[in-house]
Every structure is written in C-alpha cells, then in structure tokens.
Design a binder for this molecule. Structure first.
Ligand SMILES: [Zn+2]
Length: 338
C-alpha cells in the first residue's frame, strides 16, 4: 500500500508502506472514503515543528470498517464511520466531562492520508451512521473529523449565544467553519476577518454578516465601529500566531470568552495585561467526539454543507501538490480521492 510520508520541510512523498493491521484488541481498520490535507499539517511541512524521523501524515478520516479487534464491541465491519483526530476511550472522567481531547488514553490519529488506516480505541473514537451515506456528502462528513469539529469547538468555547456578535480571526478552513458554527448557534452578527476575496465570499456563504479586511489596531477599530465601541461578545481565534492572538484579545469585550484553536506557535501571554483586559480563554485540541453525532446529523439532514470549502480535488498520489497549493495559499483545503 502507498501512504503519505513527510521527510522534512516541503518534502512530502506518497510511497510504499506496510499495510496497517490490528495491533491492539480495541483497534479498527478502515477503508477511507476520502482524505484531505489539514492546515495544521502545514506546521511540520513548513519546518515549524521538528521532524526527527519520517512522519506518516493524515488525521482527518471517514470510511468503512473492514476489520475490528477482538475487544471492539459497538463498531462493526461494513459500517460507515467518522472519527475524531483525537483518539479517546469516551469513558474516562475527562471524556465524560466532554473533553475527549484530554482523554486519559489520548492519542493523536495519524496515517489518514492513505487508502487504509488503523484507528485505536475504535468504540470510543468512531461514530457510525445508520446507513451508507450518499457520495456527495462524503466531503462534509470528512470535514466533521477535524476542521468542522474544531470550528464548532471554537464557537462553543467562546460561548456563542443566540443574538450575540461574534468575531472570527483567521480565514483558513477552521475560521470558515467557525463562521458556520457561530451562525448555526444563532449569532446575530458574525464578523469574518479576512483579506482574501475568495475566502470572504465563502465566509459570507457560510453565514458571515460583516467582513473586516484590516488587521492590528485598524482591525480592532473596525470591530469597535460595528459593535458601538463595545467589542465582540465572543471571539474565535483560528490562526495561532502572536498577531492573531492579540487581534482576538483586543476585539473582545470585557467579560467575553475567546475560543482559541489555532495551534499556538511562539504565542506569549502577559499576566498583568490579561488581568486588566478581563477576557476569558479556553483553547486546545477540539473535543470533536463530543460534537460528532450532532454534526453528522446536521450534515446527513443537509442542514449544513461544510464540504464546499474544498477548492482543490486531486487523487491522493498527487498529495504533494495538495500540500504545496495550501502552503502557497492557492487552495483553502485539498480533498484527496483514494
Ligand atoms: Zn477518555
């Protein structure tokens, strides 16, 4: 079998690897229906994270179960499943509290940019559909695995309420999903901060009511203008740089929550500054498993269509082009057919 392996900065290859097998009784093996490249894959691709040995890539996945270990009780062969990028048992105290991404047995999924993948802790991680979903819903179901679930978590963590004003920092796929999520949760104003025409159009299609193109102080003053000098009730930070974090902090009103889901790189907080600003923050890897059943329901009932952000569709053997196009911001998100 061939799979996607990252060797070093901008060196991603589709090459022969051993086919995954059951290693633990709680494992499942799935045949992927489609795969994709995540914005967070770009951190190691760009050399922002060290690569000590060749890395198997891909943590967003959905597909059909082909084999389960002897300890798997609820997931069955032949079922269509979507799983979170965070592997969880869904039974420990953190899972029960809704933070499956801090599961006592947490692992991070890998090896999903391939035709076949191994999923540990299958019972706790995977959610099955009642029947085989129609082909045209596969991209959206794949999105639920990470990027939609992460945007949803950002909005949940920022405590988006019906009627509220929400600012979304970042116009990548996760930011766009944050816009969709805030809209679904009943926000009255959803302000997308974006400088790119094609992404602005998608943000509007996903429910944004305002676009702010400015950044820094000018961006903050635009948010103030829209909110009668108050600031946003909830802010979603979907980038992970110091600039975007500052943007989020200063766009929020006192007492607001900031959901931050961009993986922070070089971000520092000043205790006294945070003290005086009076903003609440919660971030981290999204507990996608908590939201998966609801999100899959919204997709299967065609209430939301997150999959429309895939603007590059290529065969998985061309995965290197998918990384390159996203790195150069020629594509928002690359769908890989397997
Ligand atoms: Zn757990």
């Amino acid at each position: 079998m061939k799979a996607t392996v990252l060797y070093g900065p901008r060196d991603v290859r589709y090459e022969d690897v051993p086919e995954p097998t059951i290693q633990e009784p709680t494992d499942a093996i799935i045949k992927l229906s489609a795969s994709c490249v995540c914005g967070s894959d770009l951190w190691p691709y760009r050399g922002a994270n060290p690569i000590n040995e060749p890395m198997r890539m891909g943590h967003e996945y959905c597909g059909v179960v082909v084999e389960v270990g002897s300890g798997v009780k609820t997931v069955k062969r032949g079922q269509f499943v979507v799983g979170s990028f965070c592997i969880s048992d869904n039974t420990c105290p953190h899972c029960q509290f809704g933070f499956q991404s801090s599961c006592e047995q947490r692992e991070f999924m890998s090896g999903g940019q391939a035709p076949i993948a191994r999923v540990p802790l299958a019972d706790g991680t995977l959610v099955a559909t009642e029947e085989m979903p129609p082909e045209d819903l596969i991209p959206s179901l794949l999105a639920a695995s990470d990027v939609l679930g992460t945007g949803w978590y950002a909005a949940d963590a920022a405590r988006v309420q019906p009627g509220s004003t929400v600012a979304v920092v970042g116009d990548g796929a996760v930011g766009l999903m944050g816009v969709l999520s805030a809209k679904q949760m009943g926000a009255e104003k959803v302000i997308a901060m974006s400088r790119h025409k094609s992404r602005q159009e998608l943000a509007l299609a996903f429910g944004a009511t305002h676009i702010v193109t400015e950044r820094g102080e000018a961006g903050v003053s635009q948010i103030k203008k829209i909110t009668k000098n108050v600031g946003a009730d909830a802010v979603l930070e979907c980038v992970g740089t110091q600039e975007s974090m500052n943007q989020a902090l200063y766009c929020a009103r006192p007492g607001a929550m900031i959901g931050y889901v961009g993986v922070p790189h070089g971000v520092k907080f000043d205790g006294q500054e945070l003290f005086m600003l009076q903003r609440g923050m919660i971030g981290g890897p999204a507990p996608v498993r908590r939201f998966l059943p609801d999100l899959m329901g919204l997709i299967l009932n065609r209430k939301i269509n997150p999959g429309k952000f895939f603007d590059l569709k290529i065969p998985i053997r061309d995965v290197a082009e998918g990384y390159k196009a996203m790195d150069e911001r020629r594509a928002i998100k690359a769908l890989l057919s397997v």
